[in-house]
Design a protein around this ligand. Structure first.
Ligand code: GLP
Length: 258
């Protein structure tokens, strides 16, 4: 796992968007796995800027989002559809036929989840999966004790996650059920790029990078991934015991590894 530590949340967005931009510039038909949440919001803002200022072309890109709430209309302001539309999809001239979200309604949700997995494979697999991390170490909506081999399926949220995601929901509260790519699905992406910022994520980041591989911290599964990059700001890096080592690795990174 490569750990890149930058001073502030804004730098996390710049660094992650740089990696995504280089991928799309070099491979215009790239397949991107996308995430939602405050941590990735800055990444999308920088990508939109790259589109507007440097004509970064997303028209041939294919996207698969990580997760969505079951039974929530895509037009609900707190849906991940709405988040993506507002922050990214609606601003970069993407071809809608190549935009995919996990299924969240219909009589055969399990069958639709299998189709979502087949669609990923048919697109050639995900080149880069963008990820945030929950305070409990969840990836996508794979809550603690999710199978590390899981595929796209329905999950039940913990009350802590529902509480963390309550913005935008009114009296009705956060839905209990979601559909999320599984950990096994995420691990098949050729490159996993996780971003985190702020002190509230410091514990989860330390447990993901340096803790034992355990379903209690689903993000620790990234330790098994051959190409995982974690970009964090100083605050989110604060509890890493090898902090100075990660900085030294970055300072001395040879050209061939860039
Ligand atoms: C939600 C999303 C995750 C995201 C997490 C952290 O639970 N399903 O994909 O990583 O929130 O979000 P934030 O970046 O807002 O802290």
């Amino acid at each position: 796992m490569e750990v890149i530590i930058v001073p502030a949340a804004q730098d996390v967005g710049i660094a992650a968007a740089g990696i995504l931009s280089r991928l799309v510039a070099g491979k215009p038909g790239a397949v991107l796995g996308l995430a939602t949440g405050a941590s990735v919001e800055r990444v999308y803002a920088k990508l939109v800027l790259a589109h507007q200022a440097h004509a970064l072309d997303f028209s041939r890109v294919t996207t698969f989002n990580l997760d969505e709430y079951v039974g929530l209309s895509p037009s609900h302001p707190a849906s991940f559809h709405a988040f993506m539309e507002e922050r990214f999809l609606g601003r970069v001239q993407i071809d809608r036929r190549r935009v995919h979200f996990p299924p969240t309604d219909g009589d055969d949700l399990a069958g639709a989840c299998e189709k979502f997995e087949r669609d990923i494979r048919a697109a050639g697999g995900i080149d880069l999966q963008l990820l945030g991390i929950g305070r409990d170490g969840h990836l996508g909506f794979n809550e603690p004790t999710s199978s590390l081999a899981s595929r796209t399926r329905i999950k039940t949220l913990t009350s802590a996650t529902r509480d963390a995601n309550r913005a935008g929901f009114g009296e009705e509260g956060v839905p209990l059920h979601v559909v999320t790519m599984g950990i096994g699905t995420i691990l098949e992406a050729r490159h996993c790029l996780l971003v985190a910022d702020g002190t509230a994520k410091a514990d989860a980041v330390a447990r993901m990078v340096e803790g034992p591989l355990t379903a209690m911290v689903p993000a620790s599964a990234l330790q098994m991934h051959p190409h995982a990059t974690v970009i964090v700001d100083d605050a989110a890096a604060a509890k890493l015991s090898l902090l100075e080592y990660y900085r030294e690795v970055q300072r001395n990174k040879p050209d061939w590894q860039r």
